[in-house]
Design a protein around this ligand. Structure first.
Ligand code: T4K
Length: 399
């Protein structure tokens, strides 16, 4: 009986796998998926709970600005991140922007170029100069040795990014920061539910900015939060989130509207309740990808953060005979919407390309990675059978 069931599920999993080059859609075969399989398909929690919360919001007629749902979400996020305070805001870019502003940074800030462009924009919007730093080839996070080379009398801080939820070399960066009296903060947009040796990544640094965008492991449609162990910093962020209002008609700072809405917080709370299920799906998919891609020359599966929310490959064309961009074309033809995150690196996007035309010369790892990395679909919208099919496409394309 058990053997029969096993055989059935194995054959179900093999359904649709590609076996030879002529099976590929780029060679005239039928696309593997009828509907697009997206990177970043949102995880959806319990609809009933979400709709109950939506009704409660409407009943209370409190839709935004420091409402009960936002307070509850902040408490949950702070507890999950092991910090006394989390200040919820409208998105991750705003979280970064408020952290930078509330910390009073000035002059130059050392930041990786291999990240989503919002990391750099959050600095530029405050008149700061992003100084792009190379990353370590194994972790894709800022290399402390390279960061130290970039310190000048104008440097005020290092902004590390826990890319893919992989921890930065926090101690290495802290040592550089201490030696040069710099501040240290983190873009933790990818790092919710990620830990290092049991410590949530959002605990590191003076402040960490989270994103709860639809594509993140926990989402609030759009959303973000600043996590910090510094009560005064949290109070400043909270003040600035609400246009600088310290009382009902007293403004004490040039704040902004960074408020999270109640409906967003309701989605965030509902997502948090289902987090164990989301993590289980990510880990199951990661293991299935690891098994499906094992032994493929030139295809490296990055060990992403402990939430396994990102599925990241590095393609070495010399070893596997196909370049990353061609492989992305092959996957798209199959309706697998693989993404070239974070091609081509911030320094090659505007306005940075014009501001710092020579930056690429000191970013060899970033330049190499941005030509080799691709993200594949995972999360609750992706099944082990989907993974088997995606792996078979990669396997046949790299044969
Ligand atoms: N720092 C880092 C390191 C970040 O990665 C990000 C954001 C930030 C800071 C800033 O945080 P936020 O301000 O965004 O909260 C996406 C996300 O929009 C962005 O949040 C994320 N990082 C980045 C890595 O990816 P795009 O331009 O790829 O496209 P988007 O939002 O259209 O979504 C990607 C794919 O996901 C779509 O092709 C289809 C799928 N999708 C998306 C949405 C929104 C769905 O299936 N359903 C959906 O509702 O930026």
């Amino acid at each position: 009986m058990a053997g029969g069931l096993r055989a059935e599920s194995d054959s179900a999993i093999r359904k649709g796998v590609k076996e030879r080059p002529t099976d590929l859609a780029v060679n005239g075969g039928r696309p593997a998926f009828a509907e697009p399989l997206h990177v970043g398909r949102p995880n959806i929690g319990d609809r009933g709970r979400f709709l109950e919360r939506a009704n409660a919001i409407l009943d209370h007629r409190w839709l935004t600005n420091d409402g009960e749902m936002v307070h509850a979400f902040e408490r949950e996020v702070a507890a999950a991140c092991g910090v006394p305070r989390a200040v919820a805001v409208c998105n991750g870019t705003m979280a970064l922007s408020l952290a930078v502003r509330a910390m009073g940074l000035a002059g130059e800030v050392i930041v990786p170029s291999f990240t989503f462009v919002a990391t750099a924009h959050a600095l530029l919007w405050h008149g700061l100069t992003p100084v792009f730093c190379d990353v370590h080839p194994d972790t894709h996070t800022v290399d402390p040795a390279r960061a130290e080379e970039l310190v000048t009398p104008r440097t005020s801080a290092i902004l590390g990014v826990h890319l893919w939820g992989v921890p930065c070399d926090v101690e290495g960066l802290q040592a550089v920061a201490s030696r040069h009296r710099l501040r240290l903060l983190f873009d933790a947009a990818h790092a919710f539910a990620c830990e290092r040796d049991g410590v949530p990544l959002a605990r590191f640094g003076e402040a960490a900015a989270l994103s709860f965008h639809a594509t993140k492991v926990v989402n609030s449609f759009e959303g973000g939060a600043v996590c910090t162990r510094d009560e005064e910093l949290a109070a400043r962020v909270r003040l600035m989130r609400n246009s600088g209002f310290a009382g009902i008609d007293r403004v004490v700072a040039a704040g902004i509207n960074g408020r999270m809405t109640e409906i967003a917080a309701a989605m965030g709370l509902t997502s948090l309740e289902s987090l164990p299920r989301f993590l289980e799906a990510n880990r199951r998919n990661f293991d299935a990808y690891a098994a499906g891609l094992r032994g493929l020359p030139g295809v490296r599966l990055l060990l992403t953060g402990t939430s396994r929310a990102h599925l990241v490959l590095e393609i070495d064309e010399a070893a596997c005979g196909i370049g990353r961009d061609r492989l992305v074309d092959v996957l798209w033809a199959e309706n697998v919407r693989a993404r070239r995150y974070f091609h081509p690196g911030c320094h090659r996007h505007e306005p940075y390309a014009s501001l710092y035309p020579d930056a690429g010369a000191r970013l060899p790892v970033t330049e190499r990675l941005s030509g080799r990395v691709l993200a594949l679909p995972t999360g609750t919208g992706v099944t082990p059978q989907d993974v088997a099919v995606v792996c078979s496409i990669v396997r046949v394309a790299t044969q």
